[in-house]
Every structure is written in C-alpha cells, then in structure tokens.
Write a protein that binds this ligand. Sequence first.
Ligand code: NDP
Ligand code: MG
Length: 395
Amino acid sequence: MTNHIKNIAILGSTGSIGTQTLEVIRNNSNLFRAFLLTAHSNADLLISQAIEFEPEYAIICDVNKYAEVKAALAHLPVKVLAGHQAIIDTVTHPDIVVVLTAMVGFAGLEPTIAAIKAGKDIALANKETLVVAGEIVTGLAKQHDVKILPVDSEHSAIFQCLAGEELNNIEKIILTASGGPFRGRSADFLANVTREDALKHPNWVMGAKITIDSASLMNKGLEVIEAKWLFDVEADQIEVIVHPQSIVHSLVQFHDGSIKAQMGLPDMKLPIQHALSYPNRLQNDFKRFNFTSYPNLTFEKPDMDTFRNLSLAYAALRQGGNMPCIINAANEIAVAGFLNRSIGFLAMSNVIEECMQHIPFIAQPTLTDYLNTDKETRIFAQNVINKLPIKAIQF
Ligand code: NDP
Ligand code: MG
C-alpha cells in the first residue's frame, strides 16, 4: 500500500454522505486529505469543517453566504469561493485525485463531467448523475480512462462481487431494497401518509430527498438505472428484491448460476471507505455483523403496483433516450412538492407519469438536450402540481 496522501474533493461535504466521508478521512488522515469541501447553503457546518480539515478550497453555492464564510476562515490558508460554476472550475485542480460526488440531484451532473474530463476518479454517491446522462458520463469515463467507484451501498456490493470476474458474464444483478417505512402497505394507506411518516426510514439515516425516494421505491428505480450504466447490463438483467434487514447489500448471478453476495451491517462508511481506498481494503473498528443476531434474513417481491415509481423507472430505462432524465427531474420536483406539503404521497407518481407522457422524447440526446429536458420537465412538473385538485394535498 502506498503512503502517498490522496487529495479528495467532497462535493456536498455538509450532507449525510459528506459528513460520513469526513469521518473516514478523519480516521485515515495518513492516507487521505480533504482538499475541497462544498456546501449548498449550510455556511455554519462548512465553516466548522473547514476549520477542522483546513482544505485548500471551501466553496459555498449560495453566493449570499460567501461573505460570512470568507470572514470566518480569513485567519486560515483556505481559499473561499462561491457559486455552482466555482465547483465546476475547481474540481479540475491538478492536485485532486478522487472526486466524491455527494450533492443531491441533477446539480451533480456538470461538476462530475468536468472532473472526468480532467482525469479524476469519481467516487459516485450522486446516482442522479448516471440516471440523467449515464451514456455520456460512462462514455467520457472510458475515453479519459477514469474509474467510477460506486458509493451507493448496493452498487458497491455488486462492484465487490465482480472483483476477479472480469472474464465472466453476468446473468443478472439482484438489487436489494429495504422496502422503506411503508413496506406491505396498501395504496389506501399511502394516500394519507405525511412527510413525517415518510422521513422515518427503518435502517438508514440519510438526506431528506433520498429518504422520500426510499419510501416511494423511486430510490430503487434510480438504482436500477444506475446499475445499468455502471455494470453494462440490460433492464431484464436487473431484479429488485425486498430485504427488510438491509444486511445483504446486493448480489450478482453469473452465467453458471452461481450467486455472490456482499453483506454487512448497514453503515455507509464502509462503501465510502471502499471507494476511497480501492483497490485496498482498510482495517477499521466499525461494528461487525453477527449471524446469530440476525437469525432471519428475509426476502420478498416488491409491490410494483402500489409503489408505482419503481415500474415507471423500469419503463424509463427501457425507453432510454432522455426518458430517465425526465423521470429524474419530475421526481425532484415531486419530492420537493411532497416535502413542502403541496402534494400527497401518491400524487408524486402522477406528476412523474404526466411528465413522461408530455415532455418531448429525444432518442439520442446530447448534453445540451439533457440540460434543456431537465429545465423543461421541472417547469412542467411544477405546473402539474399547481393544477392538482385540493384533495391530493396533505394537511
Ligand atoms: P443530503 O441532503 O444529506 O446532503 C446533500 C449535500 O449536497 C449537502 O452538502 C448539500 O449542501 C449539498 N447540496 C444540496 N443541493 C445542492 C445543490 N443544488 N448544489 C450543490 N450542492 C447541493 O444528501 P445525502 O448525503 O443523503 O445524499 C447525497 C447523494 O448521495 C444523493 O445523490 C443520494 O442519492 C446519494 N446517496 C446517499 C446515501 C445516504 O445514505 N445518504 C446512500 C446512497 C446514495 P447543504 O448542506 O448546504 O444543503
Ligand atoms: Mg442505495
């Protein structure tokens, strides 16, 4: 193992994945340095992270918070910048080795592309980037010979199962899903759930957007599309199975029928650490899994009729083109609408479906097409929400 310190850029350092990445770096300061930290608007946390880790750069997207961050870090040799474009420009810095993408949603796309073009390996948490423009992103990664190392626990599991199997064909990938807080519930029940109910995930503590996506199974839908691009498989080769204990993180079945699984307690620090240290594994003191504490590991079929988002994501993957970009943008607006109580839980799928039907389909989109599709879909989705009957609104 090399002792050379790896400079890491953490895009979204103030979030759930970002703070856990900093924990991994704190525990391995002989191996990693936080070189660049970014936040959307949480100036206080960005400031305290920058004071502790003394990165080369701290970037706040919200330009109104720039003066505050700049003043608080004036006594340190940390360069403070502001705005989305500053992130795109700075991820290309020659000293950065790995860019860990942990911001939420479409906002991750342009910085990730800039980093790949500059030859940086990507530790990818921001799955929306691959959902929106998987073909372009994976094509650029090949062209620039950079690795995309999955941080998402399911994809990290698959990546680990594929080690040493380069010559062998994947028959199918089995993605596990916890089922979220509403597993086994009917559509009647879902019609009345609130944002507070949906934010209570049984196994993982995560940011608000992905927690709602987990409750609606859209997170699994986005992960199906993410798996297609990461592992070069077709929709029919990706199966989703509900596993409420979240111990088996995912599985690969090879062409001889043999299945490999990766297991462990649900803790995102493990896939984060794996992506940062790859191809090495680092010793740590994370809590260990014990079979006798989990005598019953169970598996069941997902209910794709009640949790329609998963079916919609499969449909978008099969249609291809800009359709996954459409469902991603529609979903971001629908989740925001649910979180601010403008729409009910089930209406999220209606918003997504309307966008799929009405936004013009493009079979071979360019990056500009994706940017335009994203903008157009957001406006359309917001209009759908504004026109929804009052009964769809949560109180
Ligand atoms: P959080 O909401 O906890 O954190 C998001 C981070 O991104 C924060 O630093 C936030 O800044 C920043 N951010 C939010 N919006 C923007 C924007 N428009 N532009 C720039 N920065 C922005 O999210 P998570 O950490 O839960 O998730 C991050 C990504 O990782 C998502 O794509 C998610 O799907 C993926 N992921 C997360 C997992 C988890 O366990 N949390 C598991 C697997 C994947 P600020 O704090 O200032 O708002
Ligand atoms: Mg996941």
